[in-house]
Design a protein. Structure first.
Length: 208
């Protein structure tokens, strides 16, 4: 595994993506807090990985302006407004659904705020556990669609076909019959702007 990680970091470098590896979430968050200045604004997408590493409360406690569309008690309209603001923040935080060993990053999004933030924010930090590594981009897509999405639908109680049986039914999963989660697909193969996109790989299983 150590050799795979070293090669992955080299592959990201070729793709103009800054890659970091830390053996545990504590060191990963410490590095992220060094990269993110206290005065900048933060946006983020819903993510089991981000919840598990606890970085959003840490940033809020430090005093960063955090656009949080998932806070309890707000209306759907306010949540959607915050999602749009989050995608335009100084830093956007997210996790990938899967990563190929060659360095491609795969993301699904329901409403587009996730793909928008990752694609266009000034600075992007992607956190991923070692469990999300796959052999190639086809395997990454398969993992995202057939493993991560059904588990996320169950976590959020979205009544999709895969919620019922854990199997992707891409041929029938459409609105209005179902509340589809994987509406938009983003595959990052490379980055145009030096230093904009950073991936922090963590040597623990995190998220789905």
């Amino acid at each position: 595994m150590e050799d795979k990680i070293k090669q992955l970091l080299k592959n990201w470098e070729k793709r103009n993506i800054s890659g970091f590896y830390f053996p545990n979430r504590r060191e990963a968050v410490e590095q992220a807090m060094k990269l993110i200045a206290p005065q900048v604004s933060i946006g983020f997408s819903g993510s089991q990985t981000l919840e598990e590493i606890g970085i959003i409360p840490t940033l809020e406690t430090r005093g960063n302006k955090v656009y949080n569309p998932y806070q309890p008690g707000i209306t759907r309209e306010e949540s959607m407004r915050l999602r749009m603001q989050a995608s335009q923040a100084d830093f956007y935080l997210a996790s990938a659904n899967a990563i190929s060993e060659l360095g491609e990053l795969v993301f699904f999004s329901a409403y587009g705020n996730r793909t928008s933030g990752i694609s266009s924010a000034k600075n992007v930090l992607i956190f991923c556990g070692i469990n999300k590594l796959t052999a190639d981009v086809d395997s990454a897509l398969k993992r995202a669609r057939e493993y991560a999405t059904p588990l996320n639908c169950k976590r959020l109680n979205w009544k999709t076909p895969c919620f019922k049986d854990g199997v992707c039914h891409n041929d029938i999963c459409f609105t209005p019959d179902y509340k589809r989660m994987c509406c938009q697909l983003l595959i990052i193969e490379s980055e145009a702007i030096p230093g904009r996109l950073k991936v922090i790989l963590i040597g623990e299983p995190l998220g789905f």
